[in-house]
Design a binder for this molecule. Structure first.
Ligand code: 5CA
Ligand code: ZN
Length: 409
């Protein structure tokens, strides 16, 4: 699958910082030590509806991760998937009497447009679940042959007990896991499972559903967690720097993925850190496709709002916070964008050297984008009140805001 076009990232004067970020597995801030090529896997969308502000906020967080790394002279190997076959997608296509492949292609195309408009850096590989099936089948066969997976009425389940590190990503107890598993695509109550938490690796073909040749597994389709494992192992290998997504992916998705990969390879860890963004809500409830309380990026764009204002609305919240989308959030962001644009439109201004360092420091410390915005606000305030004689300072600010925050002034 193809990704979307990259916007250029200007080089800045001075030096970048090492990224310190909150790791869900340890519950602590960790200073990452990526090699010259930092490796990032971010879970992609299930394309049965348009990109909403919650998705955009999560992708914004991992876009900042890349910008900190790039500024710190690292290359970034970024991989993202598209869950282009899964229960919710098939259910939506069925409900609307639409071909599921047409639905998935249309929403994926819209996602690419939204990501491009928001200036999110594209992944090097953007890979669909369907195109990954030939890679997934041998992994499931291997897990079964190693005794880490078992068959139940034609379906194949992963045995969570096969990984000694199971539970270390989310740190949840068994009861909490059971509740979340039922809520998030698992089937803890299915009779015959060795452990209620065991997730599906391969689902045997069912009437009226698409299915693929699964070799010795028989016809069927892949489970959700193994999809991301197959893609991450293929392109990044074990021990990549960050696996990212929203906080609703910590369990079961990232927990199960880590255990699949660890059971497959005998190595630990799958990812060196697991990073999770908070949930964006609308009208008091988590924005979600299944609930339908959504504000779409594309709808707001089509109403004439500058995508840079949408991006500033996302950046105004710390990535780990749960927050509420309101009309006011966007009004404030649009006002900030106008103010910043006016401030950089003059040929000279207050020195920008300290500001560049402030933005760098804020982002390198657990992606503190609200602190970065406050620093730019202060510079814009100085420009408005006293101005300055530093020729070219507005240009430096403009490049820093572009390179580190992804906002084109
Ligand atoms: N395809 C899987 C991942 S492999 C999936 O979860 N797709 S998704 O379309 O449901 O979500 C895409 C990303 O957006 C995930 O990282 C998810 O955690 C995040 N996300 C979903 N809803 C919200 C929300 N309300 N606020 C913040 N992030 C969200
Ligand atoms: Zn995933």
């Amino acid at each position: 699958m193809h990704a979307w076009p990259a916007s250029e990232v200007p080089a800045l004067p001075g030096t970048g910082r090492d990224l310190t970020i909150h790791d869900t597995a340890t519950g602590e801030l960790v200073t990452l030590e990526p090699g010259p090529v930092a490796r990032l896997y971010v879970c992609g969308i299930t394309p049965y509806d348009a990109t909403h502000m919650g998705h955009a906020a999560t992708y914004n967080a991992f876009d900042l991760v890349q910008r900190v790394w790039l500024d710190n002279k690292r290359q970034v190997h970024y991989v993202q998937n598209v869950t282009d076959v899964d229960d919710p997608l098939l259910e939506r296509a069925e409900r609307d009497g639409e071909d599921w492949t047409v639905l998935a292609e249309r929403e994926t195309a819209l996602f690419r447009e939204d990501m491009t408009a928001l200036r999110m850096l594209p992944p090097r590989q953007y890979i669909g679940a369907v195109e990954s099936i030939p890679k997934i089948v041998p992994l499931v066969e291997r897990l079964r042959d190693n005794g880490a997976a078992y068959e139940l009425e034609g379906d194949v389940y992963f045995s969570v007990e096969s990984d000694a590190h199971f539970g270390e990503v989310s740190g949840l107890d068994a009861e909490a896991m059971r509740l979340l598993s039922a809520e998030r695509g698992g089937d803890p109550d299915r009779p015959g499972k060795k452990n209620p938490l065991d997730p599906m690796l391969w689902s045997a073909a069912r009437a009226g559903e698409p299915s693929w040749d699964g070799g010795s597994l028989g016809r069927g389709r892949p489970g959700w967690h193994i999809e991301c494992v197959a893609i991450a192992l293929e392109y990044l290998g074990m021990g990549f720097d960050i696996q990212g997504g929203g906080s609703d992916l910590a369990f079961p998705h990232h927990e199960m993925g880590a255990s699949h990969a660890q059971a497959l390879t005998g190595e630990h860890p799958f990812a060196r850190s697991y990073v999770h963004a908070g949930m964006v809500a609308l009208n008091g409830a988590k924005m979600s496709k299944s609930k339908g309380n959504l504000v779409f990026v594309s709808t707001v764009r089509r109403s004439g709002v500058d995508p840079a204002a949408i991006r500033l609305a996302l950046l105004a919240h710390h990535y780990r916070a749960d927050w509420e989308w309101t009309d006011q959030v966007l009004v404030d962001a649009a006002a900030r964008l106008d103010r910043w644009r006016a401030a950089v439109s003059r040929p000279d201004g207050p020195s920008a050297d300290a500001l560049v360092e402030e933005i760098r420091t804020a982002l390198a410390h657990d992606l503190d984008s609200p602190a970065a915005l406050a620093a730019v606000d202060r510079w814009a305030g100085l420009q408005e009140s006293a101005g300055g004689t530093d020729e070219g300072a507005p240009g430096v600010v403009s490049r820093a805001v572009d390179a580190l925050l992804g906002v084109a002034l």
